[in-house]
Design a protein around this ligand. Structure first.
Ligand code: BGC
Length: 411
């Protein structure tokens, strides 16, 4: 029996600028990737050359059956020096959203997906309260330039991930986070001081929470005045669980990482749920997956049921309609991608049957790309990319999910 999704359900794939565009030389991470002793496995380099190949990539996803493309615009290209805005970069992104419409694809645009211009990160990044107005200024300029063509806008991708990563790094010693030693080399390259450097994925996440929430609130209002469609934020939501004795730690993590953010976005047009796995707490902290558990290339437990749990939590606490803005798996075995996604979508259907307002499913990722600190090793793509020739080759999972998208139903 085919299980139908609601009419106008969004079916999409996602990417982020730095992970696919290539040559993002004014960004903070370009510098961190190149610095001696870098924490990154390899530099992003040409990535998937999506900056030049976006039109054929959008045509590819449309041809597979997807109707939505979620991508991000790169702040470092748009404002490479503080206060200097590049009209050429804004024109580029205008051509990109126009290419979506030409291919009958709904563009969902993220205004911040982890990377920033290095002047921003050199001067305290999101740890500094100036970040709120700096980001608002970007949203004002980019919103005015692109908003009439944007169907959905996400202010910030995973605003809760800096604090989540910090808590994970601190482990059993809350408050023990220290600036990585490798910042010294990056500081020399950008003429800054290691104490001020604050890249999104490596900074002191505790210091970012209030600024990121304030930035979302302010930029939400700005984007609402420019963008023709719904505006929201996305969060990285793990399904937090407890073994006996781990309840207090689970609740603490849940409050800091999930709940305070979900409460802050009540009244928004939607909440973007991004889920990959669960995290289990015991009395002494995080409990690793059982030896018998299947693990993904990221080391995460293969646990597609997490998506259903986080959709339920996000809807309950925020009261917003939900869009799954990311869900996927890093694996070389494409049959496991299909199994994972099938199970995750069954969870989405159960949420819908219970009356939860889920409006779309956007898979991470359209294509294999630069997985941040891990480099190019993890394969999240529905489409394989030959990095020497940049040739694209859809995997069986791309045809499988594209067919589900076309039918708007799961077999
Ligand atoms: C991020 C993506 C990333 C994906 C897989 C999400 O946290 O938004 O940029 O590639 O997870 O790890």
């Amino acid at each position: 029996m085919a299980a139908k999704f609601p009419d106008r359900f969004l079916w999409g794939t996602a990417t982020a600028a730095h992970q696919v565009e290539g040559g993002n030389t004014a960004s903070d991470l370009w510098l961190f990737e190149m610095a001696p002793g870098s924490a990154f496995a390899e530099p992003s380099g040409d990535a998937c050359d999506h900056y030049h190949r976006y039109a054929s990539d959008i045509a590819l996803l449309a041809g597979l059956g997807f109707s939505t493309y979620r991508f991000s615009i790169e702040w470092a290209r748009i404002e490479p020096e503080e206060g200097f805005f590049s009209n050429a970069a804004l024109d580029h992104y205008r051509r990109m959203v126009a290419a979506c419409h030409a291919a009958r694809v709904t563009p969902m645009v993220t205004f911040h997906h982890f990377t920033a211009p290095f002047w921003f990160t050199r001067d305290g990044g999101w740890e500094d309260a100036k970040s709120v107005d700096r980001f608002a200024r970007l949203c004002e300029r980019a919103g005015a330039a692109l908003g009439d063509l944007i169907s959905y806008a996400c202010t910030i991708n995973e605003a809760n991930i800096p604090v989540m990563l910090t808590l994970m790094r601190e482990g059993a010693n809350p408050g023990s986070w220290q600036r990585p030693k490798s910042f010294a080399a990056a500081a020399r390259l950008c003429g800054g001081t290691p104490e001020r450097l604050a890249p999104y994925l490596l900074c002191n996440g505790h210091a970012t929470v209030a600024n990121l929430i304030a930035a979302h609130r302010k930029s939400y209002g700005i984007l609402k005045s420019h963008v023709k469609g719904p505006v929201g934020i996305t969060l990285s939501l793990n399904d937090f669980q407890a073994e006996p004795g781990g309840e207090a730690l689970r609740d603490m993590a849940d409050r800091i990482i999930n709940v305070q953010f979900l409460e802050a976005l009540r009244g928004d047009d939607f909440v973007g749920v991004q889920t990959y796995t669960r995290a289990k707490f015991g009395a002494k902290g995080l409990v690793p997956p059982a030896n018998s558990a299947e693990r993904t290339q990221m080391g995460y437990e293969f646990y597609p049921q997490a998506l259903e749990a986080t959709i339920r939590q996000a809807a309950r606490i925020s009261g917003c309609p939900v869009i799954v803005t990311e869900n996927g798996i890093g694996t070389e075995d494409d049959s496991r991608r299909i199994a994972y996604t099938q199970a995750a979508l069954e969870g989405v259907l159960r949420c819908l049957r219970d009356g939860i307002d889920v409006r779309g499913y956007i898979h991470w990722s359209l294509m294999d790309n630069y997985e941040w600190l891990e480099g190019y090793r993890p394969k999240f793509g529905l489409v394989e990319v030959n990095r020497a020739t940049q040739a694209r080759k859809p995997k069986p999972s791309a045809y499988w999910l594209g067919a589900i998208a076309s039918k708007n139903a799961l077999n």
